[in-house]
Design a protein around this ligand. Sequence first.
Ligand SMILES: Cc1cc2nc3c(=O)[nH]c(=O)nc-3n(C[C@H](O)[C@H](O)[C@H](O)COP(=O)(O)OP(=O)(O)OC[C@H]3O[C@@H](n4cnc5c(N)ncnc54)[C@H](O)[C@@H]3O)c2cc1C
Length: 499
Amino acid sequence: MSERNPTSVAVIGGGIAGLATSLNLLDEANRRDHPIQVTTFEKDNEPGGNLRTLRLDEWQLEWGPNGFLDNEPATLRLVKRLDLNDQLQRSSDATRRRFLLVGGRLREIPTSPWAFLKSDLLPTGAKLRMAGELFIPQRKNLGRAAEDATHDETIAQFGNRRLGRAFTRIMLDPMVKGIFGGEAHKLSLAAAFPRMVELEKEYGGLFKAMFALGREKKKRREKKKQGKGRTDAGPTGTLHSFDGGMAALIDAIEAALAIDDRAELITGSDVQRIRPHAVGWFISDKEREHGPFDAVIEATPAHAAVQHLGHLSPDLQLKLAAIPFAPMAVIALGFDRTAITHDLDGFGLLVPGCEKRELLGSLWTSSIFQGRTPTGKVLLRCMAGGSGNPGVMDLDDEGLVTLVLAELRSLLGIKGSPEMARVIRHQRAIAQYLPGHLARLRSLERSISDFPGLFLTGSSYRGISVNSCVKEAEATAGNVLDHLVGKTGRAAPPPTEAV
Ligand SMILES: Cc1cc2nc3c(=O)[nH]c(=O)nc-3n(C[C@H](O)[C@H](O)[C@H](O)COP(=O)(O)OP(=O)(O)OC[C@H]3O[C@@H](n4cnc5c(N)ncnc54)[C@H](O)[C@@H]3O)c2cc1C
């Protein structure tokens, strides 16, 4: 490593986005032989943000995400970097079976177009309308939502246009609730499901895309059989976690930062304000002011970032405040196996809004991953709330348990009370990418570029999944190093604000 003075970088927020960015900064600085010092500020006493795993006796519960998919390699790269491969757990094959509550009855979601046609999930007219997708012309201005917000459409508009209203109501709506805790008619397709836009743009429609991708997959399989290549995980991917739950990822990053003398993680540091000055950036938490730093990466959710940055410009204030979050309650219920008659052989169930239930869905955790329960027990992870039903968050814990139990009891054949019940409340669970999100993001990037050395990353912007946060962390670290490298020891000073 060279003898130059290290450049100093502050990362605010010790969730997966902030921690992965800190680690990537150190690795990238190594690759570029750039001396660096990285300080990560985390409000809570433990890092991790949404990624926390609770252990109650032998029950293992996830606070936030259940896992991550392997169809995007960024998290798998991080797992390899952290030497965590031997702790990685692939979800069981049973998770291919997923259920929907339709007409008050649980129905398995067919996994092939042929099985879908034969199923009674949708009425015949709706199935014909779906098949008509093949003949629906491509929408004009596809892929231009970032340039002009009027070219955006909601997930529901997309579903109605291509596959019909019944499909949107019964299939898309619960999926959006399950992933975003949001509503299909309120979220931007281009921001929430960019792949859908790409498929329509590239192949002219979803069925055409499915057939073309199927052919490509077959070719790859044949090549693999002949030893000429490897197959990937496919477009939907397989869910993965760790033996010790998602917290294993956080623990490993924390340990990697702890042994690197270029890194410092300050927990219990509730950042209040970020201040640019001629000599660098200063960060005030409730205790004191830290700095100067050559660059600052804001990796907290937009609702926290606006508190630290809003004073820099009314424009930043406005754009960060325009990214709302949906509330969600996770209700974990543990039972003796004999207390549930349903075989729980699957991933779980989702509930379309038209069923008028309080429950958004229920994942059958003990069928998805091993080692989450004491022997002979089963674990259900139920979700309630979301942007469409925030009022449910006013219920106390007992009220939430009673509510989801009342709705699940007859569906799964539950007898008696749970042996373990734990409610986890996320008042601001998941960022909601409203229509125009991508255009707003572009203009937010322009506003941020007025402040050299200031960067934004995390789930509020370019993807809510763990994978998206980790992928973006790689890109952010690269951009920060681009900014720092080439400067003689220190980065260019940011615009000065009165001290
Ligand atoms: C219930 C639930 C289920 C989910 N399920 C999945 C799933 O199965 N798969 C998946 O891929 N994704 C899932 N997600 C989404 C995913 O977990 C999140 O989008 C991701 O964890 C966000 O990471 P982040 O680092 O951007 O934000 P966070 O995890 O929110 O981290 C932000 C950090 O910033 C800190 N902070 C805030 N304010 C300050 C301040 N003033 N000073 C210092 N620090 C501050 C916070 O304490 C926190 O640690 C789920 C999310 C939730 C809530």
